[in-house]
Design a protein around this ligand. Structure first.
Ligand code: GDP
Ligand code: MG
Length: 300
């Protein structure tokens, strides 16, 4: 297709504070899990592009780490920079917040959106939690007063509510362009990356409190063999004392995580899957730009 045919394509940055539902929204739009989701903040650490094609438009949704007040570590700075640069480069910004809550961190994200000056829709997510429904109207008009948003849309990413109206509004904001990604490609991230992320998701769900923030997962092996997929990954922790917590009593926690990963990969790929996980220590990796880069993070 050529620009003359009116085909449109562009980058749509999905930004907001941690935990508002950015990754859930992208997974719902694509009908596939390309980005991991947990009830805990700071689950997404990478810029991940999800590709949505229609007859006349290719939408490139950019999932980003939640913008948050810097907690000081190199990883937090990296996450904020990743989200900020996606925001500045976007053709359209989707600012996700929660319909029933407006916080200081939302206000800080909005300040960055103002400064970037890109066309912006605000998505008031999780409307399934707002009762009574009349309350929503007041919240929508309060939101509209905060900034000259191009659209104010109440949605539920989890329930796929009003996401269709969002998709219908997007093309008008994208430039005329040929598709930038092959149309059979759903994400810019490969299978080995997604499998490592799945391990991190399961561990984040199983582990308590702070520990998930101190671990990262690196795929060592991802090979399709006649008997199925052979997947091996290293779980890096920051300190020796964290190793035992990840392994669990008699290896129970690690086994449980491995089983959940195996079942999900088996279901997604339709082949049998063999998972091997190891826990290793890399002192304070989350506070070193060099370690971050070496562990597969884009340190912008
Ligand atoms: P992110 O950090 O912004 O990417 O947020 P996630 O997509 O990881 O979601 C954070 C939490 O919010 C998860 O527990 C999701 O299941 C939940 N969530 C996301 N969208 C909705 C929604 O529309 N309604 C409700 N009730 N929960 C949601
Ligand atoms: Mg996320």
């Amino acid at each position: 297709m050529t620009p003359e045919t009116g085909f449109r394509c562009g980058f749509i940055a999905v930004v907001g504070r941690p935990n508002v539902g950015k990754s859930t929204l992208i997974n719902t739009i694509l009908g596939q899990k390309i980005s991991i989701v947990t009830p805990k903040p700071q689950t997404t650490r990478h810029r991940i592009v999800g590709v949505h094609n229609s007859d006349s438009c290719q939408m490139l949704f950019v999932d980003t780490p939640g913008l948050h007040h810097d907690a000081g570590k190199a990883m937090n700075r990296m996450m904020n920079r990743t989200a900020t640069s996606a925001l500045q480069d976007a053709d359209l910004v989707l600012f996700v917040c929660e319909a029933d809550r407006w916080t200081d961190e939302d206000e800080s994200v909005l300040a960055q959106i103002r400064a970037a000056g890109r066309p912006t829709f605000v998505l008031m997510n999780k409307i399934d939690r707002v009762h009574p429904k009349e309350e929503l109207l007041a919240r929508i008009s309060a939101m509209a007063g905060r900034y000259a948003f191009d659209e104010v849309l109440p949605v539920s990413a989890l329930r796929n509510d009003n996401v269709d109206s969002l998709l219908a509004l997007i093309p008008a904001y994208l430039p005329e362009s040929e598709p930038l990604f092959p149309i059979d490609m759903i994400s810019d991230r490969g299978a080995a990356f997604r499998a490592a992320e799945l391990v991190r998701e399961k561990l984040t769900l199983l582990l308590r409190q702070e520990l998930p923030y101190g671990l990262t997962v690196q795929t060592e092996r991802y090979e399709m063999e006649p008997e199925g997929l052979a997947f091996g990954a290293i779980i890096w922790v920051e300190r020796d004392s964290q190793k035992g917590m990840v392994v669990g009593k008699g290896g129970s926690l690690l086994k449980k995580a491995g089983r959940l990963v195996r079942l999900e990969l088996k279901h997604a790929l339709g082949v049998s899957v063999h998972v091997e996980l190891w826990v290793k220590v890399k002192d304070n990796w989350a506070d070193s730009d060099r370690d971050l880069a070496q562990l597969g993070y884009d340190v912008p």
